[in-house]
Design a protein around this ligand. Structure first.
Ligand code: PLP
Length: 455
């Protein structure tokens, strides 16, 4: 039930206060028009004008168990009544329990958990741990990646947007990961892409000097940059290279973790165990800010007698940990991870494959679980993106028109550059997923009009 009356007037007041006082992230303040949202439940949220939207964005790929799950809401309320906050130095039941539940699910010997308030802070700490553990400075990360917007994380990010500051970039080296559809290596098969990508990484390491490299950080399945599922053998190959040179292997599962790909962690698809694994978002469906780093026994030991220099006032906040315990328990009880796998294999995957066949604007669909990208192109042959990277204003019109068409039909899409990301809650029902996919199918006619096929 919304706290504010559901009237357009109330919505206008919310909007006016927002415009007057809220400074929005990643935005030119006068060029945005945020929707005033009155409430949300399950796979839907709604505005003050009576419009309800099927949420195919999961709020930045975050609400893995949907909006307002009653078990998680109750757990937060119960914890608030018992103990709202306590400094990170104390042992607290919900914090211990959250760490245990996470450690039980992370791969291999990642048995210790360092809690943070979100994804970027997890990445900052993973890099710090790797540097202290190895005594080396350089960190390798890929182009077409997103690791967050704090100092080191934003510089690790390999993204065609131009960052305002590169002051923290010392020692960060970018290389190309595998992406067959737009292969940096001109490969034509998955096996070729894998082999060439590993050779490129070996060359990069040789020229940077293996003794100077603390860590290689990869998103297990790069998300923001286009949900690019790595070829079989790639992650195992990187693992082997890291072992050979004593380099710490960090997998960033902030977006791909906690059921999103149809496994608890995306690394489980390839049986690979990193030395450090970063997480956030799905760990508690984003109900209270939480992230963290799962740490291998060997790296944890580095800090057995030497203090680890890091941590913030809110690290491992009890309300956030209570939400994590409830989320993980609910995901297990309700089979939500298995449901995400089912959606990928039997509902979303087949529907998108069919969409790709029929629409001239769809160059490729790829993904797994509840984690899919639709690559929109002007021309299927040349693979020219439907809009250029960083397109704004008139240049971005085809994507903007497509998004508007979705919203008019009651679907909230996740649109990023020339791509549509299909990332609903992992527990969206089959019927809801099909309803959303049908809306996308229809709205893609708008994108088709901007292709060379349309003349
Ligand atoms: N790492 C990955 C893989 C992400 O997708 C994100 C956010 O989308 C981050 C890190 C940053 O997380 P946060 O925005 O919680 O700082």
């Amino acid at each position: 039930t919304p706290l504010t009356p559901l009237t357009p007037q109330e919505g206008a007041a919310v909007k006016a206060a927002d415009r007057a006082h809220v400074f929005h992230s990643w935005s030119a303040q006068k060029l945005i028009d945020p929707l005033a949202v009155a409430g949300a439940e399950g796979s839907y949220f709604w505005d003050y004008d009576g419009n309800r939207f099927l949420d195919f964005s999961s709020q930045l790929v975050n609400t893995n168990i949907g909006h307002q799950h009653p078990k998680v809401v109750a757990a937060i309320q119960e914890q608030a009544g018992r103990l709202c906050t306590l400094a990170p130095g104390f042992a607290v039941d919900v914090r211990s329990e959250a760490a245990r539940l996470i450690a039980e699910r992370t791969p291999g010997d990642l048995d210790k958990v360092f809690f943070t308030n979100g994804g970027a802070e997890a990445v900052e700490n993973a890099v710090r741990m790797a540097r202290l553990h190895t005594g080396r400075q350089k960190v390798l990360s890929t182009y077409r990646s997103y690791h967050g917007a704090t100092a080191t994380a934003i510089n690790l990010t390999g993204d065609p947007r131009r960052w305002p500051s590169d002051t923290a970039s010392a020692g960060i080296v970018h290389f190309w990961g595998p992406f067959l559809y737009r292969s940096p290596f001109h490969a034509t098969t998955e096996a070729e892409e894998c082999e060439r990508a590993l050779r490129h990484l070996e060359d990069t390491i040789a020229f940077e000097g293996p003794q100077s490299i603390a860590a290689i950080i990869l998103e297990t399945v790069p998300g923001t940059a286009g949900i690019m599922v790595p070829p079989a053998g790639y992650l195992a190959g990187v693992r082997e290279i890291c072992d050979r040179y004593g380099i710490v292997f960090v997998l960033d599962e902030v977006m791909a973790g906690f059921g999103r790909t149809g496994k608890w962690f995306a690394a489980d698809h390839w049986g690979v165990t990193p030395d450090l694994l970063t997480f956030a978002k799905g760990v508690n469906s984003g109900y209270v800010p939480l992230g963290g780093v799962a740490i291998s026994a060997a790296i944890a030991e580095t800090f057995d007698t030497r203090p680890y220099p890091g941590g913030l006032t809110y690290s491992g906040h009890p309300l956030a940990c209570a939400a994590a315990v409830a989320t993980i328990t609910t995901m297990a009880e309700e089979g939500i991870v298995e449901h995400a796998a089912h959606l990928g294999e039997n509902v979303i995957g087949p529907a998108l494959a069919d969409i790709a066949e029929r629409h001239p604007s769809v160059g490729e669909v790829r993904g797994l679980g509840a984690f899919w990208a639709v690559e929109l192109v002007r021309d299927k042959e040349t693979r020219e993106p439907l809009v250029p990277y960083n397109a704004a204003g008139a240049d971005n019109a085809p994507m903007a028109e497509f998004a508007t068409a979705c919203k008019k039909s009651g679907l909230w899409p996740f649109v990023n550059m020339n791509r549509l990301h299909v990332v609903p809650a992992c527990n969206i029902t089959e019927a809801e997923a099909k309803e959303g996919l049908a809306i996308l199918d229809e709205a893609l006619a708008v994108a088709d009009r901007h292709t060379t096929a349309a003349g």
